[in-house]
Design a protein around this ligand. Structure first.
Ligand code: B12
Ligand code: SF4
Ligand code: SF4
Length: 343
């Protein structure tokens, strides 16, 4: 569990600041980190100087040709390593981990019910980031500091800041949260130089375990390199636009969630305590499931269905667009539905 011990590293940094007479800033950051923990979050603050290291690492891997071209263009090209115009005097980056549960949607088709999980982060993604942002804005404002949003590689930032460690599955783990968490990061004009920046590291436990690698059906977690073959990850495909069909090499039996995939987290001992943590649950009748398989737009759905979708964060055109493709693999829904939904 998350205890004051976990702050040891931050305290050491603060002690050094105090030796240099920066007592008030050290104490203030200590207070900020403790307050974050009281909200159930965990965080680290690092100097803005590390921004270029994050950029260089991604650029280097790109130059080495380690990213599938289309994957890079669709998912990584939007990283922005420049200090934002809204906060030109940014001095630090605050990275926060928020524990996140799963949600469940039960669908009914041809008399059969199928419960499908939405893994952590799929529901309330933006709301969670906003909540952290609002919290930091409120707390820092009291001391006259400000924050601004980031578009950074969050796992790399979290690991190098000392907040998290990589699992072999390339997902990051935070003490007391497993990997069931969402990361958020903000620039701030809060000065902080003596941070706990370190090399990227993998959990010690992974050295004697390969459970995630063995459980991944697609070979995305391979033994030829640590970096995930993201273009082999099921999540990459079921998050894509609804008119992009699943590649033929994905066996339909490999799908295990409405969005995303949980195979490499479900087998991990670090995640065992969180596997039954399911909050939002909604059930869709046969009629509702058929309407969703047909890809009906929001204005053509009954208000009760819209309400249920809203609770699962699926009441938006993008989600409604890719639901038919993602659902069909579980129901083996026939050609009549495929053509009705234009798939
Ligand atoms: C693109 C993306 C994806 C892509 C690619 C995933 C990937 N691994 O890159 C796809 C669509 C596949 C995806 C899937 C998922 N994602 Co995603 N995704 C992102 C996004 C937008 C960027 C990730 C990224 O930076 N990739 C680039 C690669 C290069 O970075 P990296 O994975 O950190 O790679 C580093 C390591 O490999 C390390 N490295 C290389 N060699 C070695 C060797 C050693 C020994 C060590 C220690 C390290 C090391 O160096 C690399 C960096 O240079 C982030 C949000 C964000 N803004 O960061 C969310 C994010 C990573 N996703 C998230 C989640 C929850 C998921 C899923 C778990 C969802 C699900 N259940 O299906 C899966 C996990 C799949 C997996 N096994 O990784 C969370 C992660 C939470 C966590 N606990 O880690 C994030 C952070 C969103 C958030 N705000 O919380 N995702
Ligand atoms: S399943 Fe094993 S190897 Fe994979 S992340 Fe968990 S501990 Fe590490
Ligand atoms: S999320 Fe699924 S497909 Fe992606 S690496 Fe993990 S087990 Fe493999």
């Amino acid at each position: 569990m998350w205890t004051a011990d976990c702050f040891l590293q931050s305290f050491r940094t603060i002690d050094r600041c105090e030796e240099r007479g920066m007592v008030s800033m050290g104490a203030y950051i200590e207070e900020l980190l403790l307050d974050l923990a009281e909200h159930g979050y965990q965080g680290r603050i690092v100097s803005i100087h590390h921004l270029s290291e994050l950029r260089d690492e991604i650029v280097e891997r790109f130059n080495e040709g380690l990213f599938d071209e289309e994957f890079y263009r669709l998912r990584l090209a939007s990283f922005d390593f420049n200090v934002p115009e809204s906060l030109p005097d940014a001095k630090s980056i605050i990275v926060v981990a928020v524990p996140r549960p799963q949600a469940q949607a039960i669908f009914t088709f041809r008399g059969k019910k199928k419960a499908l999980i939405l893994p952590p982060t799929y529901v309330a993604y933006q709301r969670t980031t906003n909540r952290v942002g609002e919290y930091l804005t409120r707390v820092l404002k009291e001391k006259g500091y400000r924050i601004s949003g980031t578009a950074l590689p969050l796992k790399l930032l979290a690991v190098r800041s000392g907040l998290a460690e990589y699992g072999m599955n390339n997902i990051v783990y935070v003490s007391g949260m497993g990997s069931f968490l969402q990361l958020a990061a903000f620039y701030s004009d809060l000065p902080f130089e003596e941070d706990s920046w370190r090399e990227a590291r993998m959990m010690k436990k992974c050295e004697d375990c390969q459970a995630c690698r063995r459980s991944c059906p697609t070979g995305a977690i391979s033994s030829d390199r640590f970096l995930l073959h993201a273009e082999r990850c099921i999540s990459y495909y079921n998050e894509r636009r609804g008119d992009v069909p699943f590649p033929a090499w994905i066996d339909s039996s490999w799908h295990n969630c409405l969005y995303g995939c949980l195979r490499c987290q479900r087998v991990c001992a670090e995640d065992r305590p969180f596997l039954n943590w399911v909050v939002e649950k909604e059930e869709f009748s046969q009629g509702e499931t058929e309407l969703l398989l047909e890809g009906q737009s929001l204005d053509r759905l009954p208000s009760l269905t819209v309400e249920k979708l809203r609770n699962l964060d699926l009441a938006d055109p993008d989600s409604l667009d890719n639901l038919p493709r993602n659902l069909r693999v579980f129901f083996g829904a026939g050609e009549e539905l495929r053509s009705a939904s234009g798939g």
